[in-house]
Write a protein that binds this ligand. Structure first.
Ligand code: SF4
Length: 116
């Protein structure tokens, strides 16, 4: 039986401006040139995602500062927990070279258009 690993505590994501100009897409390309960075789109909002484990995530996947963890951690629900093998974004970009990503179905998606 395959074991699944939850993604929580192993990344953070921040909303970014929706790219419309060549310069905007060039910024996204720059993000993606960094290890651990990806970009995803969910409900028409673009996000920069950085794969980086929290410094307080213990080897047993428990929180090392549970009693004093930040509010965002306290408000997090496991109802929609994401796992390593599940794509949950409308669009997902992790490499700048191909300009292609994968969507929640796992099918390749075309490079964002409207670059002029
Ligand atoms: S503080 Fe605890 S709950 Fe919050 S991200 Fe870090 S390990 Fe996870």
């Amino acid at each position: 039986m395959q074991s699944l690993h939850a993604k929580c505590c192993k990344y953070f994501a921040l909303p970014i401006d929706t790219p419309t100009r060549r310069k905007d897409f060039d910024y996204i390309r720059w993000y993606l040139l960094h290890g651990g960075a990806s970009v995803f789109v969910e409900s028409n909002t673009w996000y920069l995602l950085v794969h980086a484990s929290c410094k307080h995530l213990q080897a047993d996947n428990r929180c090392g500062i549970y009693e004093t963890r930040p509010a965002i951690c306290r408000e997090y629900s496991t109802d929609n927990c994401e796992y390593d093998d599940s794509y949950t974004y409308d669009r997902y970009f992790e490499t700048p070279g191909t300009g292609r990503g994968v969507c929640r179905s796992g099918a390749p998606q075309p490079r964002p258009a409207a670059v002029s």
